[in-house]
Design a protein around this ligand. Structure first.
Ligand code: NAD
Ligand code: UFG
Length: 325
């Protein structure tokens, strides 16, 4: 299959590109490198540097390639920042997808896999959350993912396009060659590991007064290689129909539990400074992954939080300055 991976120079996309190539697919990456890295893109993939919202360039790319499928990772990803700057999120996350979907319809590309998010659920009434739970985002980032999800069935009705929307919970961990390098980094695990490595003085712990057992937020961490594998399965599943799937481990860990696990894995002291809540943070996000297991045949292979953090720590030690090093 000839696949276009939009945002394939980023954290999750770059791992998926590796797996697509290993599975024998031909890959083109379109990425404007706003947060991705040239060095994260496998040399066996074609890299086109450009913005997906540049409609003329996109049309030229589509016309010259005859893609069978598009996997879409592009966008801004920080829920907290999206509360402070909603327009930035709607313009890129929704605007980029409108341009891409229109171009797919124009050039007859029939398979689409979308990086959605647990953020569409907002503050779920109960966890683990199933795909049938109400979609009620509590930040513009989650709203932007929901807006794209709601556009997809309309495109399906009007064209031959089928879609799979994958609602990731918290992507984490690393492979031997790819890891998490967002700048500025906003995610808990890399910040905790940078603190363990002495690159930061402390971990700011956002919110200790949530209605959880230890007062901190609970998240469901899923290894980046397991997320990537789900995209390969989704491409197969698209032969039979469209769908929406949660991708999470099914287990939740509080921020304090995660930091304690990182102390054990790294053997380092990790100083924490308690701070007020970050805007737009739900207290609990834990996936039911039963539907993805049943329909996609997906199973998270890296099953424990320790193993996820160990992989991230190995990558961090090998690349203390991220892709620059
Ligand atoms: P990332 O920032 O590492 O990757 C996004 C990539 O998209 C980057 O390479 C960036 O340069 C590119 N990009 C952004 N805007 C673009 C544009 N207009 N045109 C072309 N390229 C553009 O993020 P990630 O952590 O790999 O996340 C990938 C996707 O998965 C995102 O859509 C995110 O919302 C979603 N997601 C991530 C997580 C997570 O925990 N990281 C969880 C749920 C959903
Ligand atoms: N946190 C801290 N200190 C930090 C960074 C984070 O306390 O320095 C806390 C956050 O407040 C939150 C938890 O750690 O309670 C996890 O925060 P992250 O920023 O690591 O991740 P989020 O849960 O906010 O969001 C991530 C992705 C989103 C995705 C979501 C799905 O960034 O794209 O997971 O659950 F939608």
């Amino acid at each position: 299959m000839r696949a276009l991976v939009v945002g394939g120079a980023g954290y999750i996309g770059s791992v998926t590109v590796d797996q697509l190539l290993q599975s024998g697919h031909t890959v083109t990456v379109l990425d404007n490198l706003v947060s991705g890295h040239r060095d994260a893109v496998n040399h066996d993939a074609e890299l086109v540097v450009g913005d997906v919202r540049d409609e003329d360039s996109l049309a030229r790319l589509m016309a010259s390639h005859s893609f069978d499928a598009v996997i879409y990772y592009a966008g801004y990803i920080q829920a907290g920042e999206s509360v402070l700057n909603p327009g930035r999120y709607f313009a890129n996350n929704v605007g980029g997808c409108i341009a891409l979907l229109s171009s797919m319809v124009a050039y007859g590309v029939g398979r689409f896999v979308f990086s959605s998010s647990a953020a569409v659920y907002g503050e779920p009434e109960s966890v683990p959350v199933t795909e049938e739970a109400p979609v009620r985002p509590v930040n513009p980032y989650g709203e932007s993912k929901d807006m794209v999800e709601r556009m997809l069935p309309w495109h399906e009705r009007q064209s031959d396009m089928r879609y799979i929307s994958l609602r990731y919970f918290n992507a984490a961990g690393a492979t031997d060659s790819r890891g998490e390098d967002h700048r500025p980094e906003s995610h808990l695990i890399p910040i905790v590991l940078q603190t363990a490595a002495g690159q930061r003085e402390f971990v700011p712990l956002f919110g200790t007064d949530y209605a959880t057992a230890d007062g901190t937020c609970i998240r469901d961490y899923v290894h980046v290689s397991d997320l990537a594998a789900a995209h390969i399965l989704a491409l197969e599943r698209l032969e039979t129909g469209s769908g929406v799937y949660n991708l999470g481990s099914g287990s939740g860990f509080s921020n304090r539990e995660l930091i304690e696990t990182a102390r054990t894995v790294t053997g380092k002291p990790i100083t924490v400074r308690e701070e007020p809540r970050r805007p737009g943070d739900p207290a609990r996000l834990v996936a039911s992954n039963e539907k993805a297991k049943r329909d996609l045949g997906w199973r998270p292979a890296v099953a424990s939080l320790e193993a996820i953090i160990e992989s991230a720590w190995r990558w961090h030690q090998a690349h203390p300055k991220g892709y620059a090093s």
